[in-house]
Structures are given as structure tokens and as C-alpha cells.
Design a protein around this ligand. Structure first.
Ligand code: CP3
Length: 326
């Protein structure tokens, strides 16, 4: 998630003003920012400091990320000719800074590094809407009025995600996460028809890569079964669905990641402690050989969160680690 740095004073100190894309393009800075939460919190994995929009930005689609707003696109995708603005990604030439950051991190990190990419639907929603949307009117209009162009767009974005993920893994990352943050805007029927094939293609490209694959979305309670069918080992769950309920919606053996409410964490340790214990209890154990549980928040850390609350979250989760209890 967008989570690591946002609550840390040491992040705000070194991040610099302006677009985050500039910080991402500076390997020494991006390395340090990735390391900060690992150092401060002692979490069990690091997520690369980059963004889901990095590849489309790097091939020159004309994307920026406005502080406090999110991704904005100067000339949104409107017609077939716009496909030519989505040329294939050449990671060594287009995103050498990402690869340098990954290599730096793999050399320095005491824990695994998670590579990531935006899923075709969520990236497409920014390219089509031009900025964050609540309704996805343009995105849904394209899928329902020009299916051929929709699938060509999804295919181009799937190839970008695959090229980006492959380059991060080749540079040494040891797990991957596919972020389809806004998939929950879709009905199950639309998700299955218009989105599932391209996410399945991305995840399928790494079926034999020997790395765990995590597939994340927000507000996806009605979609967990379909999301699990795309092939990842682990499905992300937000706080709206208790983990024991989510467990019944994915096949046996699929792991769950989540799902502490970030707004509760922002409210301080008082409400957070019982919420953490509840997540651990509901995610708990591995009854009947079912998939495991990766403790996480249900979405990203809110910027106003007190870092000390997060320190205590990690401490409490570690005290309940099965290998610690055994
Ligand atoms: O947090 C981390 O350091 C991990 C790296 C990371 C970022 N973005 C950096 C970032 C990751 C994994 C992402 C993924 C991402 N980016 C997603 C998928 C995950 C999710 O949170 O749902 C999405 C939807 C985006 C697009 C995006 N980038 C949005 C909506 C925003 C928020 C704009 C804002 O200022 O609130 C961003 C900006 C962004 N990307 C920040 C970070 C740390 C915010 C702080 C900053 O600009 O410094």
C-alpha cells in the first residue's frame, strides 16, 4: 500500500517538495525512503518506494501525481489513436532508476522486498478519467460501448505491468503485489468479463517465477472468489470484511492479507489494540490446512497516524507470531 513513509517525520523531511515521481527517480532517495519504515517499525517485508503510475509516466503518457490529489493525466485516453501513446516498456532504458533502487535495496535489506505494479483496470481508470474518480463514468462507458478498444487498452496495460514486474524481480525482489485498488467499483459480472482476464494474464506470467503473488483491491467483498481465481497465492482484504468471512469466499489454500482499519490506527493505540487482536483472531492459525494470514492494514496508512501507534501494532503482531508462540 501507499503506506510506508507517509506518517513518518523522517519521510517528510527528505521527500522534498513537488511530485513524488521526482523522488522515485532518485535511487538514493527512493532507497532510503523504502528503508525508513523497515528501520522504524521492524516490519517483515519492504515494499518498493515507487508508484503504480511509474511505468505509464516513464513511457511518456503525460501523467503526474499531485500531492493530496493523486494521479492526474494532462490528455486522458479517449480514442483508439491513444493506444500509440502506450508503447511497450523497456525497463532498463525507461526506468533505470527503479532497477537501481531495487538492486540497492536487495543489498541492504534484512527482509524481503516486494515488487509491485498497478493492475490494468486501476491504471486504466486514471488514464481514462484523468484524475481520481468516485464514479468511473468514463471507464465504464468505454468497457460497455467499445469492447474491442477496452480489451486492447487492458492488454497494453497488462504488458506494461508484466514488463515492470519482471524487471523488478530480475533485479532481485522476492515477492510481487498487483494493486487493483479500485476494482471494487465494479459488479462481479463486469469484473469477471472486463477485468479478470487481464489481471489473470499479469499474474499468470509469474506462475513459475517462484515468488509469492499478492492480489489487492479495496471494497472487493463481492469479488474475493473471482479475484482468487486470477491466480495469486494471497488475496488482500480490506477492513469491511472480517477475515474469517473472507476465508469462506476463497478456495482452500489461498492466503489472506489484511485487514486492520487504517482510520482506527489513526485514532490512536486505545482503539487500535483490540482491533489488532480481533484481526489476529479472525485471521488466525491455519485451520484444516487453509491458507495462511499476512497481517497488514486493510489499506494504506493515513498521514496523520502517530508512528508510535504503528510501532506498537508491529510489536503486538510479532508477539502473536505462530513461530514465536510455538
Ligand atoms: O507507501 C509507499 O512508500 C509504498 C510505495 C507506493 C506508493 N504508491 C508511493 C506513494 C505504492 C505501493 C503505491 C501504490 C499506489 N499508488 C496505489 C495502489 C495502492 C493503494 O494505496 O491503493 C495507488 C492507487 C496509487 C496512486 C496514488 N499515488 C494515489 C491515489 C496517491 C495519493 C495522493 C496523495 O497525496 O494522497 C499517490 C501518491 C503517493 N504514492 C504517495 C506515496 C507514498 C503519497 C505521499 C507523497 O506524495 O509523498
Amino acid at each position: 500500500m501507499r503506506q510506508a513513509g507517509r506518517s513518518l517525520p523522517e519521510y517528510r523531511e527528505i521527500r522534498g517538495a513537488g511530485t513524488i515521481l521526482r523522488a522515485i527517480a532518485d535511487p538514493d532517495l527512493a532507497t532510503e525512503i523504502t528503508l525508513q519504515p523497515v528501520r522504524r517499525y521492524g516490519v517483515d517485508a519492504a515494499i518498493l518506494y515507487s508508484d503504480i503510475m511509474t511505468p505509464v509516466h516513464a513511457i511518456g503518457f503525460g501523467v503526474d501525481i499531485e500531492p493530496g490529489v493523486g494521479p492526474v493525466v494532462a490528455q486522458p485516453f479517449t480514442r483508439r489513436e491513444d493506444l500509440t501513446r502506450l508503447r511497450p516498456l523497456d525497463p532498463e532504458a525507461d526506468t533505470p532508476y527503479v532497477l537501481e533502487t531495487v538492486r540497492n535495496l536487495v543489498a541492504e535489506l534484512p527482509v524481503p522486498l516486494i515488487a509491485f505494479a498497478g493492475a490494468p483496470f486501476t491504471v486504466a481508470s486514471y488514464l481514462l478519467e484523468g484524475r481520481p474518480s468516485r464514479t468511473y463514468v468514463r471507464t465504464k462507458a468505454l468497457m460497455h460501448t467499445d469492447e474491442a478498444l477496452w480489451f486492447d487498452l487492458m492488454d497494453a496495460l497488462a504488458d506494461l505491468a508484466i514488463a515492470s514486474l519482471r524487471s523488478q524481480l530480475d533485479a532481485g525482489a522476492s515477492a510481487l503485489q498487483l494493486f487493483d485498488s479500485w476494482a471494487g467499483a465494479l459488479s462481479p459480472a463486469d469484473y469477471e468479463r472486463f477485468v479478470l482476464p487481464s489481471s489473470t494474464k499479469v499474474l499468470g506470467a509469474f506462475a513459475d517465477a517462484g515468488v509469492p503473488r499478492i492480489h489487492f483491491g479495496v471494497n472487493t467483498a463481492e469479488l474475493y472468489g473471482l479475484i482468487a481465481s486470477a491466480g495469486a497465492e494471497v488475496v488482500g482484504v480490506d477492513w469491511r470484511t472480517p477475515l474469517d468471512a473472507a476465508r469462506t469466499r476463497v478456495p482452500e489454500g489461498v492466503g489472506l492479507q489484511g485487514n486492520l482499519d487504517p482510520a482506527i490506527v489513526a485514532a490512536g493505540w486505545g482503539p487500535t489494540e483490540p482491533a489488532v487482536l480481533d484481526v489476529l483472531r479472525r485471521g488466525g492459525g491455519n485451520p484444516g490446512g487453509r491458507g495462511g494470514h499476512v497481517f497488514n492494514l486493510g489499506h494504506g496508512v493515513m498521514p496523520e497516524t502517530d508512528p508510535e501507534t504503528l510501532e506498537r501494532v508491529v510489536e503486538l503482531v510479532h508477539a502473536h507470531r505462530p513461530d514465536v508462540q510455538a
